[in-house]
Write a protein that binds this ligand. Structure first.
Ligand SMILES: [Zn+2]
Length: 131
């Protein structure tokens, strides 16, 4: 653990703090057997982390963001006022982050279907969700 890059440690810490702004996706034990939800919450975490990197909360037209210093935007977020503050380059960074999350979701969904099929759950063979 001592060899973890301090920048990586700080990034994971910041992601964890931003993740706390989203409710837990697991509400009941049945949710453990459900396919993974679309990573909307994680996409909002990335939105808010990148917005924080750019110090958008302090410049947001919404007073609540300026007061708390935390971005509340994202997909279905509580604030859309900061969206015009994003540059094309920043939006490209966000898009790349969201694509990475979508790829991870695709892989996790595939793993879920394979595991469900192995356990006799589900009605689709592995990979069928892609077709
Ligand atoms: Zn805002």
């Amino acid at each position: 653990m001592d060899k973890i890059d301090p920048r990586l440690r700080e990034m994971v810490k910041r992601l964890g703090e931003a993740l706390e702004t989203e409710p837990s996706p697991v509400k009941s034990p049945d949710d453990l057997f459900a396919p993974p939800p679309w990573p909307r919450a994680q996409m909002n975490v990335m939105f808010r982390v990148l917005a924080g990197d750019m110090d958008l909360p302090s410049r947001c037209p919404d007073r609540r963001c300026r007061r708390t210093g935390d971005c509340r935007g994202g997909i279905g977020g509580d604030c859309e006022a900061c969206v015009p503050l994003w540059s094309a380059a920043d939006l490209a960074r966000l898009e790349a982050a969201w694509l990475a999350l979508a790829l991870a979701w695709s892989c996790e969904t595939e793993r879920h279907h394979v595991l469900a099929a192995m356990l006799g759950y589900g009605d689709r063979p592995a990979g069928a969700w892609l077709r």
